[in-house]
Design a protein around this ligand. Structure first.
Ligand SMILES: Nc1ncnc2c1ncn2[C@@H]1O[C@H](COP(=O)(O)OP(=O)(O)OP(=O)(O)O)[C@@H](O)[C@H]1O
Ligand SMILES: [Mg+2]
Length: 311
């Protein structure tokens, strides 16, 4: 994770130094992979009384964040804090009430539907529920190939690309012709990850990707996400109600509460020195895995690495 990042940091420092030299040359900073500014999402709720005003719920209230290429950001918060709303806004599945979402400098909400479809090859999503998110009537080949449809001929040999994605998540050619119900929960989530990988994206937004899985399988899937990040220089926006999950994969964590960011920092800092009482309450909710809460869970995951790759 860190090697490439150091390289980029050095490059951006060089660019700044050149600017400061007074040469007058403009060295534009490369745009962030993802930049969210002042995102607000309001939902209108059903009227309580026939002639009363429809009440409004503010699900996101001025959220800003930035992800540099190859880095990963975790978002944690209790149920209803706005995590999935943020994921939908970042994926441009929903138009925000205010604020902007820029991917590589491009304002996603300014794109036409066709442009957005093409842009989506670079950012894909993995959902919480590997049962509900895979079409039970389709075979794995078709399910994983689906995001390639928009690329047309550019996708090349679809079967080969699907196989490459499947193999990178620990599945194999024989799985191409099977249906989702023939797989375990962990394997289904691997299929969902393969589907997200098949377009070779730069960013994967994963909304509670392991919370529907058995605890024994969770660490294997998190290890896989980490491994894919290392291999492909991927970035994640990883959403979880569980700080331990994001600690595993992310360089930086945002703590969301009632649609606002209440704390932000490295996982190490949050585990060692959470400042906001809400973050401390979230840490307290993590079942007994963190004696003294001085460290994260990377050790816990490491202890499970010897398990077979096909949960
Ligand atoms: N389409 C919608 N219409 C009305 N209210 C909504 C809508 N989507 C979300 N909300 C509300 O916005 C708030 C944030 O919801 P969101 O699903 O983003 O929370 P979350 O952090 O993902 O929660 P969970 O951990 O339970 O998944 C909640 O109060 C929710 O009821
Ligand atoms: Mg949610």
């Amino acid at each position: 994770m860190s090697g490439g990042t150091q390289g980029r940091t050095a490059a951006s420092i060089t660019a700044r130094a050149a600017d400061a030299s007074g040469s007058g040359a403009v060295h534009a900073q490369p745009p962030a992979l993802l930049e969210v500014e002042n995102l607000v999402q309001r939902y209108r709720l059903p009227r309580e009384r026939l002639f009363g005003a429809a009440p409004e719920l503010v699900a996101l209230d001025g959220v800003s964040l930035r992800i540099e290429p190859g880095r990963s950001l975790g978002v944690v918060g209790e149920s209803g804090s706005g995590k999935s709303t943020l994921a939908r806004a970042v994926m441009a599945l929903e138009r925000p009430s205010a604020g902007t979402v820029r991917f590589l400098g491009q304002d996603l909400n300014a794109l036409s539907a066709a442009q957005l479809r093409r842009a989506r090859r670079d950012f894909q999503m993995v959902f919480q529920d590997p049962y509900g998110s895979l079409d039970p009537r389709q075979k794995v080949l078709r399910i994983v190939a689906e995001p390639l449809d928009v690329l047309g001929a550019e996708a090349g040999d679809v079967r080969a690309r699907v196989l490459e994605a499947l193999e990178s998540v620990g599945l194999r050619a024989a799985d191409l012709d099977r249906y989702p119900h023939e797989f375990s929960g962990g394997q289904r989530q691997r299929i969902a990850i393969a589907r997200a990988l098949v377009t070779r994206p730069r960013l994967i937004v994963a909304d509670e990707p392991v919370s529907a899985l058995d605890v024994s399988v969770q660490a294997q899937v998190l290890n896989l996400l980490q491994e894919l990040q290392r291999q492909h220089g991927l970035s994640y926006l990883l959403i979880s109600h569980d700080l331990a999950v994001v600690d595993h994969v992310c360089d930086e964590v945002l703590v969301l509460r009632k649609g606002r960011i209440v704390e932000q920092g490295s996982p190490e800092r949050l585990f060692g020195d959470a400042r906001h009482p809400y973050t401390r309450a979230l840490l307290d909710a993590v079942p007994g895995a963190f004696p003294g809460r001085r460290r994260g869970t990377r050790a816990r995951a490491g202890a499970m690495e010897s398990k077979p790759a096909r949960p």
